[in-house]
Design a protein around this ligand. Structure first.
Ligand code: ATP
Length: 337
């Protein structure tokens, strides 16, 4: 596969990757690895591509290597091997450029508790070298985007956990980064606060100018994203759009209950030539596209006087995708090697 700078990109020796990646990729890695002192292989050769402007989920159980990967992509942790480009810059050779172009939200908020929201943002605007007038405009903009305008003069320590997280995001957006990294942004939040935070993230995507890279161990959060990579024990086990990953398993089914399941099963076999599993009180038909087949099968049964009393379609979940690729069920705490 071509690297972002062409075929030579991942074959050149480490440290010589100066060719600018195409704008297609916001994040592009080849063989990215991290071994911590003491022999802990936290990340073991990650190949990943995140397109510009997409919302990308990095999904995996605790200890899978998500935070370590993000810290390498943000240049806070040097890779032991491999290469990575973020927002067009190489993390090894152009770390300052990477830092200028990314915003980062870590698992633990680093907001100063005694400052108000505006004071906190002003401080960070200064740290990023924003002029006063630009800082004013950006602060108004990020507070509005985060739904925090009414909290602007409240002190950080008085804010709820969810509001603080949204302020964290506002702060990470101040300098208009091209890529926003969020490491488990909803950890510790209750469901309404999580929903509000995701609403804010979706709003960012609609703006269209930023790539959002979010780590999570919640399967349902990965479903909100355009694409995702699943990491397990330091390796990427699957990567793609949620629907594509599910449909690649090819295990959709239609389950039907009728007044005469045996007759219904025979009818469907002869009419459609499909495999029908007769499980007694329910018949199951494996299909490629359950949304298309469910009405068709019901129509056949109704036309022959054996109408379906209940009909349900099941599609594989991301749990199934994880199971398929790792051979074990997804439990958020199962990743420690
Ligand atoms: N500084 C460190 N020194 C040694 N080992 C580390 C260090 N940081 C992380 N690890 C180990 O590396 C592995 C990956 O950890 P990492 O924090 O990247 O995973 P994670 O997927 O982000 O997990 P979590 O969801 O719990 O944050 C784990 O086994 C962890 O114990």
């Amino acid at each position: 596969m071509n690297g972002p700078a062409g075929t030579a990109a991942h074959t050149a020796p480490a440290g010589q990757h100066q060719a600018p990646p195409t704008p297609t990729y916001a994040v592009y890695t080849r063989g990215l690895a991290k071994a911590y002192p003491g022999g802990q292989d936290a990340v073991r050769g990650v190949d990943m591509s995140v397109r510009s402007g997409e919302m990308f989920a990095f999904l995996g159980p605790n200890g899978a290597g998500k935070s370590t990967t993000v810290s390498m992509l943000c240049t806070l942790n040097p890779p032991s091997a491999g290469e990575a480009w973020v927002a067009g810059a190489n993390v090894r050779t152009q770390p300052r450029l990477v830092r200028r172009r990314v915003g980062v939200l870590f698992q633990h908020s680093a907001l100063e508790p005694d400052l108000t929201c505006v004071q906190s943002l002003k401080l960070h605007a200064r740290l990023h070298g924003l002029s006063r007038s630009r800082a004013r405009a950006r602060i108004d903009r990020v507070l509005g985007a985060a739904g925090l305008a009414e909290h602007r003069h409240e002190r950080v320590r008085t804010l709820s956990g969810g509001t603080r997280r949204r302020l964290d995001i506002a702060r990470a957006l101040l300098h208009e980064p091209r890529v926003l990294f969020l490491d488990e942004p909803t950890a510790g939040l209750d469901p309404p606060a999580r929903a509000l935070l995701w609403q804010q993230l979706r709003g960012l995507r609609e703006d269209g100018h930023i790539t959002v890279f979010v780590t999570t161990h919640y399967l349902e959060e990965a479903e909100y994203c355009d694409r995702l990579a699943i990491i397990d024990r330091g390796r990427i086990v699957a990567q793609g759009a949620p629907a594509d990953l599910r449909s690649a398993l090819g295990q959709e089914t239609v389950r039907l209950r009728t007044g005469d399941n045996r007759r219904a099963a025979a009818l469907l076999r002869t009419t459609h030539g499909c495999t029908v599993l007769d499980g007694g009180d329910v018949i199951t038909v494996p299909v490629a596209d359950s949304a298309r087949w469910l009405p068709r099968l019901c129509a056949t049964l109704a036309a022959h006087g054996v109408p379906a009393h209940t009909a349900t379609a099941t599609v594989p979940s991301l749990d199934d995708v994880f199971f398929h690729h790792t051979g074990r069920p997804y439990t958020p705490r199962s990743g420690t090697p």
